[in-house]
Ligand binder design. Structure first.
Ligand SMILES: Nc1ncnc2c1ncn2[C@@H]1O[C@H](COP(=O)(O)OP(=O)(O)OP(=O)(O)O)[C@@H](O)[C@H]1O
Ligand SMILES: CC(=O)N[C@H]1[C@@H]2OC[C@@H](O2)[C@@H](O)[C@@H]1O[C@H](C)C(=O)O
Length: 421
């Protein structure tokens, strides 16, 4: 089945589209990625999202404008993905939409709102759309997030030690697969949310993020500010847990800053980068993680990556690209997998990850141009994700890819030894 996944994350900078051919063979899910696109939101839509997100108040009209504007933006990107990645033919579009509010009340999720009316996507592409993937898990008592836990688990299964997948978007989430234990998946806290808010604030809007972590690299961590930030009870709460920009936003940072002698701007950025590294490392240590597969925009910030490495000595870090999932497309591909599971009658959640009472079939389905015909329900869920390389290259699992990359590292070491005598 050819599936297009669509996603815009908490940084709401662009709509990511990724396409893949997905096939279920026994308990193996075969994925052949077909490429991905990243299309920035138009400025006026991005500005409206920014003006509507918490802590702002809004109107029903603004919500209606956004729901349809985001739906149209997603439809435009889906149509491009259909032409440019799929040769004009796809069986399914899976749209995450844009999270506008994640309603967390004393640790429990009461509701979650993703906008982006799917009718626009179905109308423009003629392809059925699975959308609103989080609500069913919330209705089953879960957090409705992180939903990448399913794909991460299929990807990590069989890797040695205690492997984990970490995504560094606006919010950081992690999936941990300890042998003999149920998978865990939770948000560790902010990845770039506070860092982006601070950069925008200090540059008067001229920059939206600390490019290549340059300003943080020029600053010093403020122990006082770090202590105040780490005092947030969220970090001490056990999993399952999720958070969002309803919690980690500029006024939150301002409150923390007002409690300490004000550090220089670069020192604030250094401290926020360190906060992400420390909270990620604490979460990894709490669950005995021995290796980390990393994805998301934060991987492009060398200062953040350096700090995470410093905080986690002995833990091997590598990009998800090494296992066949391009870092920037991972979430869109993960949602493609979830829609695929739904139309095959398979649950998309892991109760041990989201905390739901049971694993549920996710999403709502909007028919395409033709009458809706779903595949026969699958006999059993996949246990493993196998990713095909570029055309002509053999299909591998994460375990094969890990072996290959260990061999490559050994070869590189041998070459270095040879060339240096
Ligand atoms: N060159 C770079 N230098 C520093 N930071 C970068 C760079 N490129 C991207 N980023 C960071 O990555 C962020 C975007 O990451 P990403 O697109 O993974 O987030 P998202 O998917 O919107 O969030 P989430 O996963 O929380 O939903 C940017 O806001 C920025 O902070
Ligand atoms: C409610 C919501 O949109 N949560 C997002 C957010 O962005 C990162 C983190 O917080 C994660 O829990 C989740 O997204 C990813 C894609 C997920 O569900 O796995």
């Amino acid at each position: 089945m050819r599936v297009i996944g669509l996603m815009s994350g908490t940084s709401y900078d662009a709509v990511e589209a990724a396409a893949a051919d997905l096939t279920l063979e026994g308990d193996v899910l075969l994925m052949r990625p077909l490429g991905h696109l990243s299309v920035p939101y138009a400025d006026d839509l991005r500005n409206l999202i920014a003006a509507t997100l918490p802590p702002a108040t809004t109107t029903a009209r603004a919500v209606c404008v956004l729901d349809n504007g985001i739906g149209q933006a997603f439809a435009g990107v889906a149509s491009r993905a259909l032409d440019e990645l799929c040769g004009g033919a796809a069986d399914l579009v899976v749209s995450h939409g844009q999270t506008m509010y994640h309603w967390v009340d004393d640790g429990a999720v009461r509701g979650t709102l993703q906008l982006g009316q799917p009718a626009w996507i179905a109308e423009v592409t003629g392809v059925p759309v699975v959308s609103d993937l989080r609500s069913r898990d919330v209705a089953a008592g879960g957090q409705g997030a992180p939903l990448v836990g399913m794909t991460d688990t299929l990807l990590l299964r069989g890797l040695p030690g205690v492997p984990a997948a970490l995504n560094l978007g606006g919010i950081a989430n992690i999936t941990v697969l300890a042998p003999g234990a149920d998978p865990l998946a939770f948000d560790t806290g902010p990845a770039n949310a506070l860092l982006d808010a601070a950069t925008e604030h200090f540059t008067g809007g001229a920059a939206t993020y600390d490019e290549d972590g340059r300003r943080a690299a020029a600053g010093q961590t403020s122990p006082d500010l770090l202590k105040v930030l780490l005092d947030d009870p969220y970090y001490r709460r056990p999993a399952p847990k999720t958070t969002g920009k309803e919690h980690f936003h500029l006024p939150y940072l301002r409150r923390a800053l007002s409690a300490v002698p004000t550090p220089a701007a670069d020192d604030v950025l250094a401290t926020l980068t360190r906060l992400t590294a420390v909270t990620v490392a604490d979460a990894c240590r709490a669950h005995g993680v021995t290796s980390l597969v990393v994805s998301g925009g934060g991987t492009r910030n060398p200062t953040l990556m350096r700090m995470i490495t410093e905080e986690l000595p002995g833990v091997a870090l590598r990009p998800s690209d090494d296992l066949g999932l391009p870092s920037g497309a991972k979430e869109a591909l993960a949602f493609a997998v979830l829609g695929f599971l739904t139309v095959h009658g398979l649950p998309g959640t892991l109760p041990s990850g989201t905390g739901a009472r049971r694993a549920t079939l996710l999403g709502s389905i909007t028919p395409g141009l033709a009458p809706l015909r779903l595949p026969e329900p699958a006999a059993r869920p996949p246990r493993l994700l196998r990713i095909a390389g570029p055309a002509g290259r053999p299909t591998t699992t994460a375990v094969d890819a890990a072996d290959r990359s260990a061999r490559n590292r050994a070869r590189t070491r041998d070459c270095a030894r040879t060339s240096h005598g």
